[in-house]
Design a protein around this ligand. Structure first.
Ligand code: SF4
Length: 419
């Protein structure tokens, strides 16, 4: 397997960041999808890669504010459907990265793929290119559910692709599932989970279906043609997912992520939850340097125009106040099994969270949503089900100088899939 390392240039004190590349193409647009995606032909994909190489060049000698030069130990190709790029185009991207940015010797590459793109030839090509983790967008093993979701693969494609990927020798194979479809009941979900487990992937992600206003589902919902599963049933499916997967040997390590061993946890996605810096390339990709977050132009043509004019295609940025960072840290930590390390929080923000919120912590403990032990504040399974609301009640009064403001842009429920 080829090494991506440019470690000769690496200084030992350079922080290890994550690199995300958004590939915006799909063979069709799923009715629930809110990502920056489009259906593009071969020429458009080739042009995108040409532009991406220029964008990579704009990040030569990258320095992040307050951090200096940066070295990457994870590269994640998401989208969209990165598996639609040819091995030749993927090779051009990896060559450009190798030439331009600082990578560790063991930088881990993850690639999202749709089941219909998985063949013996594509698997071999991805392995040759150094892909360590293959993440398969299966979503369901039920033919009716796949049709509702507008997916192009069949249950048989899903099963075949996982079997082939598991046999191909990647470091890790991950399977993405979606739950909470309108009318989904516990028996269909249980069958999906049991089928996934039977195929023995290393990692499973299970995301709740969200209906976004701009999507086909959103428009159908607004016209009253599509209903959301009631909250109580959503919660039931969420708890079922966690129980079935834990019993099958896939304990959760984050609200939506499950691994059959800690070594299969997503190294890249954990950077988002731990406020480790990351750089995103491609349309709509987000970056974070520990203090500032910035995001690229969402539309392919605008993104390309900026790059071709020699500019980094940044559409906007925000500087996070100390309170923003503290609130994000709290929210993101309470979405993980590890929870919040109170000593680290106090050392970083000079704020004793529990002392300022004792009554709330005791109440959440009585309600069985949070546990405080060994200086860790960790959610229970029931707490996980309401993870996004858990942090909302905490007071950060007296921390930093600026008022807490909405962090809805900053904390996307699907941060681990970028935005
Ligand atoms: S859900 Fe995935 S496969 Fe479907 S359009 Fe969006 S990015 Fe593409």
């Amino acid at each position: 397997m080829p090494s991506l390392s440019t470690e000769a240039n690496r200084q030992s004190d350079v922080p290890l960041a994550g690199l995300y590349i958004h590939v915006p193409f799909c063979s069709a647009i799923c009715p629930y999808c809110d990502f920056a995606v489009l259906v593009g032909g071969h020429e458009q994909r080739r042009h995108f890669v040409d532009s991406l190489l220029l964008e990579i060049a704009l990040y030569a000698d990258l320095e992040l504010s307050g951090l200096g030069p940066v070295c990457f130990d994870t590269i994640y190709l998401g989208g969209g459907t990165p598996s639609m790029l040819t091995p030749d185009d993927l090779g051009r991207i990896f060559d450009a990265l190798r030439r331009t940015v600082d990578l560790t010797a063991d930088a881990k590459i993850s690639l999202e793929a749709n089941p219909e793109d998985v063949t013996s030839a594509s698997l071999q090509a991805w392995r040759r290119l150094g892909v360590a983790t293959l993440s398969l967008g299966v979503q369901s093993f039920d033919g009716d559910e796949l049709r509702v979701l507008g997916r192009r693969h069949s249950p048989e494609d899903a099963i075949r692709s996982i079997k082939q990927a598991v046999a191909a020798g990647f470091d890790s194979v991950s399977v993405d599932l979606i739950f909470g479809l309108p009318d989904q009941d516990t028996s269909t979900l249980r069958r999906n989970l049991e089928q996934a487990v039977a195929l023995a992937p290393d990692h499973i992600s299970s995301y709740e279906l969200e209906i976004h206003p701009r999507t086909t589902f959103g428009k159908q919902h607004a016209r009253g043609e599509l209903h959301e599963l009631p909250e109580g049933q959503q919660a039931e499916l969420f708890l079922l997912t966690h129980r079935v997967l834990a019993e099958a040997g896939y304990p959760a390590y984050e609200v939506s992520n499950f691994a059959r061993h800690p070594r299969y946890r997503s190294q890249h996605n954990q950077k988002y939850w731990r406020h480790v810096p990351y750089v995103g390339l491609g349309p709509s990709a987000h970056s974070f340097d520990g203090q500032q977050r910035w995001w690229n132009e969402r539309h392919l043509a605008k993104w390309q125009r900026q790059i071709e004019a020699g500019h980094r295609p940044v559409a906007g940025r925000e500087r996070l106040s100390t309170q923003d960072l503290a609130l994000e840290t709290l929210m993101l930590s309470l979405r993980t099994v590890a929870g919040l390390d109170l000593s680290s929080f106090e050392a970083r923000f000079d704020f004793d969270l529990v002392a300022h919120n004792r009554a709330l912590v005791e109440q959440l403990d009585r309600e069985g949503l949070l546990r405080l032990h060994d200086n860790l504040l960790a959610p229970t399974l029931e707490g996980f089900a309401v993870a996004d609301g858990l942090a909302a009640g905490f007071s950060l009064q007296g921390l930093g100088r600026q008022a807490v403001r909405s962090t809805s842009r900053s904390i996307d429920k699907r941060l681990d899939r970028q935005v």
